[in-house]
Write a new protein. Structure first.
Length: 197
């Protein structure tokens, strides 16, 4: 006679979450209309912004990247990570010197901007802004995506409709495991509810 396991039970937490104290009952609806054409999924740990006005009830993913090399003053091409970032041509991105620049070309390892800027250090976290001349982040964090969600599947190029997903509002995350970088402003917005370890 041998031991045979027929059922497994219990909760398994992904490394992103060290502790989940509270999530949004029933989940949230994540907008999927602002991603690159090759994005297949949004990874757990992405920061979300609760939209207001006509879009109330929808959540936007906050876009950030980190520079992997220093960008000299007025350099238009910046080396960035992660390779699966969510920026697309036409997005506005924060640049040193308190300005936002329009992204004119995007690859997995670099972005090209059309505006002059001050020197940018390697390791600087750049965030999405509302337009040229703007330094304030376009969105502030309200929650953290609990599970990875598919945006496209089976090689289909069209976007899926807005997606239902779980969102954590209180707990502890391992910052080194997050899929996208977190700005100081995002940490401040979540400080009362989410601890970054």
């Amino acid at each position: 006679m041998s031991l045979q396991v027929t059922k497994e039970s219990g909760s398994i937490y992904d490394p992103v979450f060290l502790k989940i104290l509270e999530d949004i009952p029933g989940g949230v609806t994540v907008k999927t209309d602002r991603f690159p054409t090759d994005t297949e999924e949004i990874k757990k740990g992405a920061l979300l912004n609760a939209m207001t006005g006509a879009s109330i009830g929808l959540y936007d993913v906050i876009k950030t990247v980190r520079t992997t090399a220093a960008g000299a003053t007025n350099t238009t091409i910046l080396a960035i990570e992660p390779t699966d970032h969510l920026f697309v041509e036409g997005d506005f991105i924060f640049l040193q010197g308190g300005t936002g620049g329009t992204i004119v070309r995007v690859s997995t390892t670099a972005i090209e901007v059309e505006v002059a800027h001050n020197a940018i250090a390697s390791g600087a976290v750049l965030h999405e802004v509302s337009g040229v001349g703007t330094a304030t982040a376009l969105y502030t964090a309200d929650a953290v995506l609990r599970d990875t969600v598919e945006v496209r599947k089976d090689g289909v190029a069209t976007l899926l409709d807005n997606l239902f997903a779980g969102a954590v509002v209180r707990g502890t995350v391992d910052e080194s495991e997050l899929p996208y970088f977190v700005t100081d402003a995002d940490k401040t917005a979540l400080t009362a509810r989410v601890r970054f370890a």
